[in-house]
Structure formats: structure tokens, C-alpha cells
Design a protein around this ligand. Structure first.
Ligand SMILES: Cc1ncc(COP(=O)(O)O)c(C=O)c1O
Length: 398
């Protein structure tokens, strides 16, 4: 029996593929500081479980395919804070932001179609587009430019008759970059000129540092019919396991068709939607508090990394990641070595190799992504272990 070319061509997630190596390190008695995955250690706000506990029902029924109204209304109010108005039909609840990306891709691409994506990009975009045999056309961004977009002329030359959309996460995973207003305006301009959809992945929105705001694409006028915004409770509300996200667009034809995909998978878990509604109702002060916490962690990680000889990184301004160059040839080999062969008083760290965040072959080989999702003490200790590990690795690999 032969498996499909589609599934065979998918790549393993670089964030998760080294998990068996980490598990072996743990079985051998090592403590592993996980800096490889965006799983925050911040407590999920109590309102999540309270709302579920107060939900009075005898039967856990199927939810509506489009989602629970209480959650849809809470998301509408969340966007209204920024003057962005979505009707009930403009929001569909999904199984995490992941399903929102998948549905957006299925809805806009036929097999062989292309989506422009600034690279390095959230590595699972490869999986989501691969599932529908669409292709990512990378817009390469560079560390020295803070991973900001190149000039319009460099972007439009990548557009072909097969290009259907431009997709990006803002704030960026894995770069931590926040798009400037002029970049957002440029994306809108290109999308209008070349008749493309804009898939704006805003699952980290609000997590912006150094006084930056991290504005939604939804604030830009004139792109209402082509804009698809992706949402999630995973990161902002530290609720990754709830698996609640949303796809939001004012293009009613698009949403009516995505609803068919929602119906085909029946619905999203009922109780988690009830909990998620309470999260979206949290005041702005909640986002401010987590933002301050992540800014502190960003400073610890960035200050420590930028002092390690041979490490090259730019200060990121959002989300809770950044990508940096290591003074090694092959970052994946170093990461595996840290897990298998290195320990400092029984402890080691795990990073994500960055090659899988690029579509252009060869890029990112000596880079890693760090997720600064540990508390201040954990981050300080992890950075110290990294520094000592690198010293030891370089001694061996001279
Ligand atoms: C940019 C981006 N989009 C979407 C997702 C998917 O998140 P979830 O499916 O947990 O909502 C992630 C998760 O790491 C992400 O980093």
C-alpha cells in the first residue's frame, strides 16, 4: 500500500521532533528547561475554570458548528475595543488558531496555489499549507533588518498567477517582530493591487513591548473583503490546551464557505468555549500585566544571549520568541548534544532548531529559536546553562 504524496511530503515539526531526545534526557535523570515550545508557564486566569464550573447542564451537547454565541460575542467585544466591528456571521470558532490557519488555507487555495509568507515563519504553516498541497513562497527577511519586510518591489516580484494570499503572524513567531504601520499599509496595498487575500495571524496580539502597540490589520480600511484574521486563546491567555481559536472576516462569501468546513468537523468542544468566553471578557489590564511579565523575560533572555561570544541577535519587540545565530555550524546538532551529552548539576536546556522556520533551503542552519516562557529565575538559570554548554561544545568542536 502506498501513502499519499501529500502526507509523505510533510515535514516533522522542528519544535516537537526532538521531544523523544528530551524525554530520554529526562529518563536519564536530567532536568530540561524547555525553551523550544511556546507553552507559557503563566497561570491560566481563574475565570476560565470558574465559567466552566458554573455552566449548568445535564448533557455536554454538540456545540453549534459556528461556535457558542457567548464566545462569539466576547470576541466581537474584544475587537470592538480597537474599533473593529465584526457581525455574528463574521466569526467562526475553531479548534485553536491551528484549525483557523488550516481552514483559511483550504478556503483560498487549490492544490498548487501559492501563499506569500515572510520567512522565518511559524513552522506549522508548512504543515497547514502542505495538507492542502498549497505552496509557501517565502519573502526572506533578515536579522540585520530586525526581520522587517523588504521593499514592495522585492515582494511583488514573487507574485505569480498562482499566488492567492499573503500570510504572516504579527507579532511574529519566531522573530518577535512587530510590523510597523507602513509595512501593514504596504501589505494592504499589494493585496489590493494583485487581488490577494490577507491572512493576518494575530494570536500574539497585545504582546508588544517597549511602548509598541501591535495593531490589528482589522484597523486598516479598504481591505475588509480580503482580510482574514486568526485568533486564539492559547498564548495571550495562557490556555494552549483549551484548543480554542477563531477565524474572523467580513467577507461573507468566504465565511459561508468556511462554515461548510466547520460543519464537516461538527463543532468545537463546548466547555472550553464557555471558559474561553470568560477569557476574552478580561479587561485590558490583564493583557498589560502579562505583557510586562514577558518584557522582563525578554530582557533577561536578550541581555544574556547578546553577551555570549559569537551569538548574534536583535532585540525582539513582541510575542515571546526570538531567533538567533549560534557560533556553531549546525544548530540542531548542538541542541541534541545539549540534551544528550551536556548537563550542569543535572540540568540542561532545549531550544528549537531554526532551519524548519525557513522555506529557502540552507537558511537558518546555524540559528535557533528561543521561547522565553519560563519565569525570571528559570530564564536566568537556563541562559547560564546555555552559555556554559556553548563553551563546552566549542571546546570539543574546535
Ligand atoms: C503564529 C502562530 N499561529 C498559530 C498558532 C497555533 O496556536 P493554537 O492552535 O494553539 O491556537 C501558533 C502556536 O504556536 C503560533 O505561534
Amino acid at each position: 500500500m502506498k501513502l499519499s504524496e501529500r502526507v509523505l511530503s510533510l515535514k516533522e515539526s522542528p519544535v516537537r521532533k526532538l521531544v523523544p531526545v528530551a524525554n530520554r534526557a529526562k529518563e536519564a535523570g536530567k532536568k530540561v528547561y524547555h525553551l523550544n515550545i511556546g507553552q507559557p508557564d503563566i497561570k491560566t486566569p481563574k475565570v476560565f475554570m470558574e465559567a466552566i464550573n458554573n455552566y449548568d447542564t445535564d448533557i455536554i451537547k454538540y456545540s453549534f458548528s459556528y461556535g457558542e454565541p457567548v464566545l462569539i460575542h466576547a470576541i466581537q467585544d474584544f475587537f470592538k475595543r480597537d474599533g473593529i466591528v465584526f457581525s455574528d456571521k463574521n466569526i467562526l470558532i475553531t479548534n485553536g488558531g491551528s484549525e483557523a490557519v488550516t481552514f483559511a488555507t483550504i478556503a483560498v487555495c487549490d492544490p498548487g496555489d501559492e501563499i506569500l509568507v515572510p520567512e522565518p515563519f511559524y513552522t506549522n504553516y508548512n504543515g497547514f499549507t502542505g495538507e492542502v498541497s498549497a505552496k509557501i513562497k517565502p519573502i526572506t527577511t533578515k536579522a540585520e533588518d530586525g526581520y522587517h519586510l523588504p521593499k514592495k518591489a522585492d515582494i511583488v516580484k514573487l507574485i505569480s498567477p498562482k499566488t492567492k494570499a499573503i500570510m504572516f503572524s504579527n507579532p511574529g513567531n519566531p522573530t518577535g517582530t512587530i510590523l510597523r504601520q507602513d509595512e501593514m499599509d504596504m501589505i494592504a496595498e499589494i493585496a489590493i493591487e494583485y487581488n490577494l487575500f490577507i491572512i493576518s495571524d494575530e494570536v500574539y496580539r497585545g504582546m508588544a513591548f517597549d511602548g509598541l502597540e501591535g495593531i490589528s490589520m482589522g484597523t486598516i480600511k479598504g481591505i475588509e473583503d480580503r482580510l482574514i484574521i486568526l485568533e486564539s486563546v492559547s498564548k495571550r491567555y495562557s490556555a494552549c490546551g483549551a484548543r480554542i481559536g477563531a477565524i474572523c472576516s467580513r467577507n461573507e462569501e468566504l465565511m459561508a464557505n468556511i462554515l461548510k468546513l466547520c460543519q464537516a468537523r461538527l463543532c468545537v468542544a463546548t466547555l472550553e468555549q464557555i471558559g474561553a468566553a470568560a477569557l476574552y471578557k478580561l479587561p485590558q489590564s490583564y493583557t498589560e500585566s502579562i505583557k510586562n511579565e514577558y518584557q522582563k523575560r525578554r530582557d533577561i533572555a536578550y541581555n544574556a544571549l547578546s553577551q555570549i561570544p559569537g551569538v548574534v541577535c536583535k532585540k525582539p519587540t513582541g510575542a515571546f520568541y526570538f531567533i538567533f545565530q549560534l557560533p556553531v555550524e549546525d544548530a540542531e546538532e548542538f541542541i541534541v548534544w545539549m540534551l544528550e551529552d551536556f548537563e550542569l548539576d543535572g540540568e540542561t536546556i532545549m531550544l528549537a532548531p531554526a532551519e524548519g522556520f525557513y522555506a529557502t533551503p540552507g537558511l537558518g542552519r546555524n540559528e535557533a529559536r528561543i521561547a522565553y516562557v519560563l519565569n525570571e529565575d528559570g530564564m536566568k538559570r537556563a541562559m547560564y546553562i546555555l552559555e556554559k554548554g556553548l563553551e563546552a561544545y566549542q571546546q570539543i568542536h574546535r
